[in-house]
Design a protein around this ligand. Structure first.
Ligand code: NDP
Length: 324
């Protein structure tokens, strides 16, 4: 089968479109013929070595497709089932074997493309807004990279709960996209002092929570944009990992809370995975949220997808199609 494999870490050029042996399912696994793979920023960290992986490695964590065969212990899924999963390495490929405990059925009303697109970023949005810091109609929220893949979903989920959303973006075009997702106010964080602007927009109070996926260039300044006892949810490093901080800084900035969550701790339990997927799929089917597909590319063009993502040239989801 075809797959995108890396033999060493590095830039997008290390992504090889190659042929590898098609896997066979173990007793608790299903073999899935992949319809659509989702691209996530974390894939670039696996590729660059920021988050180490064992080499050689087939990249990619999420996909949706159709069950082709199941292992001897599997009773909950059968060949022909439409399924998706958010966290199984080796997804930039035509086929993958997935432990069935980590995948879910996709409802008939939802396309496999949208199911793939909703997995990692959608579940993250759900976890951050419902569990890490449960937003409500009294919340004032700052979302960095609000036109990004995770960003647009966060904006929509916070608006669904009635919060006021301030979003940061780099360009006018991205501002329009963040506004279309529901952002009430936009700050151009490359040109404006976003902390001062956030204070101005909140009558000098500050926001209740910041969802920060940008990291190095936003994290420290963000501490000045929070209200007293506000919460900093640092969940990504698109601009690089922030420098370490002394915990005393949280006291000095107003008894702040800091958390550095990763989705996988919010879906480790099967019940939690199913609950979050059921919510997301339902909202997508009912049109309560939508996912902006930025581009669909053939699997062979994974390197181009990584360049676009790291070059800040995307606004929404990038997908790879193995059979295009
Ligand atoms: P995005 O679609 O948000 O792409 C990254 C965006 O970040 C860019 O489009 C850009 O938006 C902004 N950005 C700001 N500075 C930079 C920079 N120096 N280089 C590149 N981009 C920059 O990606 P994702 O939604 O896939 O992921 C965003 C981050 O969230 C990643 O760090 C990812 O690992 C993390 N994440 C973490 C999860 C978790 O479980 N903790 C789960 C999902 C994502 P603009 O042009 O508007 O500035």
């Amino acid at each position: 089968m075809h797959a995108i494999q890396i033999m060493k870490t590095g830039g997008p050029e290390v992504l090889n479109y190659t042929t590898v042996e098609r896997p066979s399912p173990e007793a608790d696994e299903a073999l899935i013929k992949i319809d659509t793979c989702g691209i996530n920023y974390i894939d670039t960290y696996h590729r660059s070595g920021l988050y180490p992986v064992e080499l050689p490695a087939i990249l990619g964590l999420e996909a949706a497709g159709v069950v082709e065969a199941v292992g001897s212990n599997v009773t909950a899924f059968k060949p022909g089932d439409r399924v998706a999963y958010p966290n199984v390495p080796g997804s930039y490929a035509e086929y993958i074997c997935v432990p069935v405990i980590r995948m879910v059925l996709v409802p008939d009303e939802l396309s496999l493309e949208l199911a793939a697109a909703s997995m990692l970023q959608g579940l993250t949005g759900h976890a951050l807004t419902h569990s890490t810091y449960p937003v409500d109609s009294n919340s004032q929220v700052l979302i960095h990279a609000a036109a990004g893949g995770a960003g647009q979903l966060l904006v929509q989920l916070c608006k669904m709960k009635g919060a006021r959303v301030i979003g940061t973006v780099s360009t006018e075009a991205k501002a329009d996209i963040a506004k279309a997702a529901g952002a009430d106010d936009i700050i151009f964080y490359n040109d404006q002092d976003f902390a001062a602007e956030t204070l101005r927009l909140t009558d000098q109070v500050g926001v209740d929570v910041i969802y920060d996926s940008v990291g190095k260039t936003t994290f420290i300044a963000g501490l000045d944009a929070l209200r007293r006892r506000g919460t900093m949810v640092l969940f990504g490093n698109a601009s690089g990992a922030p420098d370490p901080v002394n915990p005393a800084l949280l006291m000095q900035k107003g008894s702040l809370f800091l958390t550095r969550p990763i989705l996988f701790d919010y879906i480790a339990d099967r019940t939690e995975l199913e609950m979050r997927c059921a919510d997301l799929f339902g909202w997508l089917i009912d049109g309560k949220i939508s996912i902006r597909i930025d581009q669909k590319l053939p699997l062979s063009e994974a390197a181009k997808a990584h360049q676009l993502l790291e070059g800040r040239q995307t606004a929404g989801k990038l997908l790879l199609k193995p059979y295009q």
